[in-house]
Write a protein that binds this ligand. Sequence first.
Ligand code: 5RP
Length: 232
Amino acid sequence: MHDELKKKAGWAALKYVTSGTIIGVGTGSTISYFIDALASMKHEIIGAVSSSETSSARLQAYGIPVMDLNDVNILSLYVDGADEINKQLQMIKGGGAALTREKIIAAVSDCFVCVVDSSKQVDTLGRVPLPVEVIPMARAYVARQLIRLGGRPEYRQNVVTDNGNIILDVYHLNMSHPIQLEKSINALTGVVTVGLFAHRGADVALIGRAQGVQVITKTTQNSDNIIFYSDA
Ligand code: 5RP
């Protein structure tokens, strides 16, 4: 069931792809469906930048050119999944350990479209642990600092990120002020990135539901969200 909803959301993101552009592509099972969809119009786009080796391999298998972000000046669209998303379109990401590259591409992009199934929607972030990418030699130090912030960090066993670092998954953090928490964790020496996407959240969320795809758009003028349904 989740897979069907992920597929709907992934394919719905195709509507945001403009011919003649380079597309930012994230990581995960929902994004695999988006890559399948993107392949159906691969001759219309210039190529993609990707947030992981896994997504790059899938794109290349379809013959979609994968470009270096340093060679790209404008990225109008980034499509990625999330482990949780709230009403303000802030997210927890990093379940697939690709959070750092995801955050870099999100920072460069004009529009971040988040594709999820409905199980990922929450009122308050924090049901899932918060991934933090850490330089290996700083693991114990960062873990102690995360405990001081009220969290319970767990070392993700047998995982090395594409950047050669480790992941701490942090439980029990107070997420009532996500932007402040993101800043505090990013400021810890040895932290590469925290998987809290609060400062730069998504601009649009496409949420796969049994009835269709719910589109939530964050307006630039106020914090109200527009909700409607469209065919997936
Ligand atoms: C990878 C991510 C993914 O976007 C997140 O884990 C969601 O994955 P899926 O689409 O498989 O549920 O942040 O680092």
